[in-house]
Design a protein. Sequence first.
Length: 393
Amino acid sequence: MIEPDFKNIFQESKEVLTGNIRKTNNTLTLHDLVKHYKNKEIVGEESLVCAMTLAAINNSSFGVEGFSGSGKTYIVDKLIELLPDVYKIQQSSELAIFNIAEKINGSKYIYIPELQKAMQNRKSPIIEVIKDLTEGKDSNRIVTRRKGSGVKEFSIKSGVTIIYTLAVENYFKKDEESSRRLIRLRTDASETHLEEIHEYKAKKRYSIRESEENKKALENKVKEHLRECIEMDDVRLIDPFSNQIMNMIPKTQKSVGYIDHYYSLLDGSAKFNFNNRKKANIDGKTYLLVNLEDHYNVYQIYFKEFIQTLKDLENEDENLTTEYASIQEPEWVSFFCSGDNILRESSQLEQLRLKIPSIVDEWYNSQVCNGILEISTYYEQDKIMIPLKQNEA
């Protein structure tokens, strides 16, 4: 009689619990993502390309706004090339968007370049469509047939993600609900950015360029990786650092709604790094543990824009403007230790600790080596190292 291999049985059981069965085909970093966009001649917009890609991964509606000639549409076009099931809207007639409802309903994303062109008429139905879809509702329109021969109902189904570009000099005032439900991102119009572009063009004239084969190989990996990340609708996130973010943000009616956009990019970051995050299968559901790295990168990528949007929504309230200006970058060691404590002590996570006793230590050790916090960033190839203080390690 053959004895069962208990070692393998227990190993398989552990894999089911920790979710090791599910992996993405590629293990990429945000720095790899930035490199791809640079291969597409996008320079000095590292934060923007990361933010919009993470939003798309998490199926969060967003727009990129900027002055004419700032490259906003070109930048978003390069993202669109990577995404599955995108319907691009270029018509701006009164009922055009409903005439293509069936095509839109088979898509995952609606892309509206130069949104202001489709909104010359403030009564354009596209405004209501955006509002309905970002509220999670179907957008319906009843139209009288020609010569009064009855009516026809059009319906654009919810569940589709809106992506747009907008020229700020033609800026239309989005209603408060739409502003709350759309992530606003902006191109960089600073002098520093212009200097970066000039420097890039000068260096390009005396640099050995990467082969087209290597560029295409990276593009294919990024495209495949994003498609796998986008399909993670069933993955749930455990973010032990969320209390820290909550404590940083002024408690206003606007921030209550808009904070979800910040969390959305964090979720997108964790999904993008799926292979490098600790996972747990509990009651048939996959949970992904957020790392400090996710918070560090999203803070650098989006926090400034997030706060500026909140300030705009608050109509420049003087007291709130002062409060927002006083927010400091987190002290990352304390930030990390707080998250570690949540994972180890919170009653909300008792089931996780009981099912997988080793997962918190594994999560900790995946980020700390010899008392040093290691963080992969979107802006550098090498990791940054942050020493843990002895009394906090």
